[in-house]
Design a protein around this ligand. Structure first.
Ligand SMILES: *Cc1c(COP(=O)(O)O)cnc(C)c1O
Length: 450
C-alpha cells in the first residue's frame, strides 16, 4: 500500500511524533482563547489546534504529529488537503466562488449529480440534489419521501444517528448529548428495534430475522404500513457504535418497504464513498435503496451533501420546492469531482478492504487477551471495538474514555461512539500509509496493556 502519491502525505513526514504533552502549551493557550469566544455547546474530541494535515497525520500548533484514525469523522478519506482536491478548489476560487445554483447554474453541480446517479446502488434512472450537510440531506430525503408518497410517518431505528437539526435530532436515537433539552421534537417519527448482533437477547444467529420480524410487526401494528412514507436507516450505524445489522435484517426491511409502497432511505452519510470497502455499504447485501443520502466523504472536507433517488420519486416535487442558498457550492462541487477521481483511480474501495484485513485480525487477537473487549466489528476502514466489564456485557464507558485518552497522549487520534459511550471507533484515511496504520494499532495495544 504505497499511498504517498495520492495522499498529499509527501508534503508532511508520515510519522508519529510527540514533542510535548498533548495538548501542548500552544494548544492550551488557544483553548483558553476559545473558552472566552466559543460557546461550550460545541465540543472537541481532542483540543489540539491543527496547523497542517495530510496522508495519515494531523500536525498541531506545538509540532506534534498525530496518526489520524478519525479522518474528521470519515470525511477526509482521500487524505487531508489532497493535492488534486486542493488544486481544483484553488482554480475554482480564482474563477467564481458562488452564484447560487438557484440563481444561475454551473456545470460542476450537474457533473456531481451525474456521478452520484452513476455510483449509487441500482442502475435505474436517478436524479440528485445537492445541499450542505448530512442533516440537510436527510431532511430533504424525508421531505421528498412525504411529497412523493402523500404519507407522513417516518420510521427509524434504535442506535440511529441522522443529525442535529430539529427533524434529524428527532430521528436520532440517543438523548444525551444530541436531544437533551432541545424538544419538543418533530412529529410522526417512530423508532423500531435494530438487529444489534452483540446485544440481541437470543444471540447473533437469530438476530437478523427476529429483529426484522419485530420491526415489521411494530410498524404494522403501531403505525399501519400505509401511513409510512419512509424508513430511514444507516446500513452500518455510525455514531450509534458501528453496529453492522445482522445479516438478513436490512434485506427483510427493504422487501417489506417495497411490498408496502414505503420508500427505503439509506443514510450513507458516514458509510459512503468507499469507506466500508464498497462504494456504498448497501451493496454488501445487494440492497437498492429508493433514496440515498450522502455527505462526509463526498468532498474532502468541503461542505457538500446529496440526496440521490429514483427519478420517478425525485421528479415529483414541484419546481422551487427544494434547494438552498449554498447547496452545491462550486468550490465543494470541484472538490467532490476530484474526490471521485481519487477514489476510482486510486481503487480506494480495495484500500478500505485492505485496511480492514489488517485491523480486524489484530484487534481480534487483542480481544483474546483483554476481556474488556466484548466485540470487534466493522467493514473496510470503518472498524470498532466495544468495551464491557469483564465477564459481562455491561458497557464500560469509563475504560473507553481512558483508552482513548492514552491513545491521544501517545499521538494517535481515535474517536469514541456508541449509545452507551463504550465503543472505540477507527476511521483512518483510506490513503494512510501502511506503516502508520500498524503503528497506530501498536499504540492501541499498548493502551490496553496499561
Ligand atoms: C454525520 C451524520 C449525519 C449528519 O451529517 P452532518 O453533516 O453532521 O449534518 C447524518 N447521518 C449520518 C449517518 C451521519 O453519520
Amino acid at each position: 500500500m504505497t499511498s504517498q502519491n495520492l495522499s498529499g502525505g509527501e508534503r508532511l513526514p508520515q510519522e508519529r511524533r510527540v514533542v510535548t504533552e498533548i495538548p501542548g502549551p500552544r494548544s492550551r493557550e488557544l483553548q483558553e482563547r476559545r473558552a472566552a469566544a466559543v460557546a461550550p455547546g460545541v465540543g472537541s474530541v481532542l483540543p489540539v489546534y491543527v496547523t497542517d494535515a495530510g496522508g495519515g497525520v494531523v500536525v498541531d500548533a506545538d509540532g506534534n504529529s498525530l496518526i489520524d484514525f478519525g479522518s474528521g469523522i470519515a470525511v477526509t478519506s482521500v487524505g487531508n488537503a489532497n493535492p488534486r482536491v486542493a488544486a481544483r478548489v484553488k482554480e475554482q476560487a480564482d474563477r467564481f466562488t458562488h452564484t447560487c445554483f438557484m440563481v444561475a447554474p454551473y456545470e460542476s453541480y450537474v457533473a456531481v449529480c451525474e456521478n452520484l446517479n452513476r455510483i449509487t446502488p441500482g442502475d435505474h434512472e436517478k436524479r440528485s440534489i445537492l445541499v450542505n450537510s448530512g442533516a440537510e440531506a436527510v431532511e430533504n430525503a424525508v421531505k421528498i419521501a412525504r411529497y412523493a408518497t402523500g404519507r407522513q410517518a417516518v420510521v427509524v431505528f434504535d442506535h440511529g444517528y441522522h443529525g442535529r437539526t430539529l427533524l434529524t435530532m428527532t430521528l436520532t436515537a440517543k438523548n444525551m448529548p444530541y436531544k437533551q433539552g432541545f424538544g419538543p421534537y418533530a412529529p410522526e417519527v417512530y423508532r423500531m428495534p435494530l438487529a444489534y448482533p452483540f446485544r440481541w437477547p437470543t444471540g447473533p444467529e437469530n438476530c437478523g430475522p427476529e429483529a426484522a420480524a419485530q420491526a415489521i410487526d411494530q410498524i404494522t401494528k403501531q403505525i399501519g404500513a400505509s401511513n409510512v412514507a419512509a424508513v430511514v436507516v444507516e446500513p452500518i450505524q455510525g455514531e450509534g457504535g458501528f453496529i453492522e445489522p445482522a445479516p438478513g435484517f436490512l434485506p427483510a426491511i427493504a422487501e417489506f418497504c417495497r411490498a408496502n409502497g414505503i420508500l427505503f432511505v439509506a443514510d450513507e452519510v458516514q458509510t459512503g464513498f468507499a469507506r466500508t470497502g464498497d462504494m456504498f455499504a448497501c451493496e454488501h447485501e445487494g440492497i437498492v435503496p429508493d433514496l440515498v443520502t450522502t455527505a462526509k466523504g463526498i468532498a474532502g472536507g468541503l461542505p457538500l451533501a446529496g440526496v440521490t433517488g429514483r427519478a420517478d420519486i425525485m421528479d415529483k416535487v414541484h419546481g422551487g420546492g427544494l434547494g438552498g442558498t449554498y447547496g452545491g457550492n462550486p468550490l465543494a462541487c470541484e472538490a467532490a469531482l476530484a474526490v471521485l477521481e481519487e477514489i476510482e483511480e486510486g481503487k480506494l474501495t480495495e484500500r478500505a478492504r485492505r485496511i480492514g484485513e489488517i485491523m480486524l485480525p489484530r484487534l481480534r487477537a487483542l480481544a483474546e487477551k483483554h476481556e474488556a473487549i466484548g466485540d470487534v466489528r466493522g467493514r473496510g476502514a470503518m472498524i470498532a471495538i466495544e468495551l464491557v466489564r469483564p465477564g459481562t456485557k455491561d458497557p464500560d464507558p469509563e475504560l473507553t474514555a481512558e483508552i482513548a485518552r492514552r491513545c491521544h497522549a501517545a499521538g494517535v487520534l481515535v474517536l469514541t461512539a456508541g449509545t452507551y459511550g463504550n465503543v472505540l471507533r477507527f476511521l483512518p484515511p483510506l490513503v494512510i500509509p501502511e506503516h502508520l496504520l500498524i503503528e497506530g494499532l501498536e499504540v492501541i495495544e499498548e493502551a490496553f496493556a496499561g
